[in-house]
Design a protein around this ligand. Structure first.
Ligand SMILES: CCCCCCCCCCCCCCCC(=O)SCCNC(=O)CCNC(=O)[C@H](O)C(C)(C)COP(=O)(O)OP(=O)(O)OC[C@H]1O[C@@H](n2cnc3c(N)ncnc32)[C@H](O)[C@@H]1OP(=O)(O)O
Length: 193
């Protein structure tokens, strides 16, 4: 499977560089926002995906499919699986110490994923070109070496905290800015907070 032209790093794109203050390999990254559908602990039907720093500019993550995540009877919904890939790819921001949002995400669905399966995900940055981060991820059934069920290629784009302040609903933005723990987590993404 080949990523579309929009996901092919341009000539001159740089190798990704792990930030010197990135969390150590093996360290749990924790949620970037408690209400996040992907990683937040306060979302009852969220994915509760737990990501860890890997070597280089990579992460691993686990997500267990619940009944609330079904599309067909007993099987995970494809959009939910794409969300798990998106969240895992988003966690790469912790290693670059930049805030990024998904610009483009292409998913291949290779095997059905039954409810109760734990999907073992991994993601890594392939290249960086200015604000554009090119990355790839896969989700395996039941074990880190299990068969690949889903995979994705992505382009994330670097933004500043201002992106969220400008576009987010005011109620949640005000609450986030009043929460010192949330502000600390946002700063952990940024090289120059
Ligand atoms: C107090 C508050 C605390 C907050 C604490 C936050 C904590 C940290 C939260 C992180 C959360 C992560 C969660 C998981 C990941 C999501 O799910 S993120 C949510 C989904 N994504 C979005 O909502 C993004 C919506 N899109 C946008 O906002 C804008 O289109 C973007 C992506 C920021 C780009 O807009 P822009 O900044 O105006 O930049 P633009 O010049 O258009 O594009 C820059 C470059 O990217 C390229 N590009 C852009 N989009 C595309 C595309 N779709 N295809 C190909 N190329 C593209 C452009 O062609 C351009 O290339 P160059 O011309 O430089 O070569």
């Amino acid at each position: 499977m080949i990523a579309s032209d929009k996901l092919t790093p341009p000539p001159g794109a740089a190798e990704p560089v792990r930030h010197p203050d990135a969390p150590a390999p093996g360290q749990l990254l924790g949620p970037h926002y408690d209400q996040c559908f992907g990683c937040g602990g306060d979302q009852p039907h969220g994915l509760h995906l737990a990501a860890r720093a890997g070597e280089g500019v990579s992460v691993t993550a686990e997500f267990t499919v619940k009944a609330a995540h079904q599309g067909a009877p007993g099987l995970a919904h494809g959009g939910v699986l794409t969300s798990a890939l998106d969240e895992t790819l988003g966690a790469l921001s912790w290693l670059l110490r930049t805030i990024t949002v998904t610009g483009r995400l292409e998913t291949d669905f290779l095997r059905p994923v039954p409810v109760d399966t734990t999907l073992h995900l991994d993601a890594r940055v392939l290249a960086v070109a200015g604000r554009k981060i090119y990355s790839t991820a896969a989700g395996r059934l039941g074990a880190p070496e299990g068969p690949v069920a889903v995979r994705a290629d992505a382009l994330f784009v670097e933004v500043k905290v201002d992106h969220f302040v400008r576009h987010g609903r005011d109620r949640e933005i005000q609450a986030a800015m009043a929460d010192p723990d949330q502000v600390r987590r946002a700063r952990a993404f940024e090289v120059n907070p």
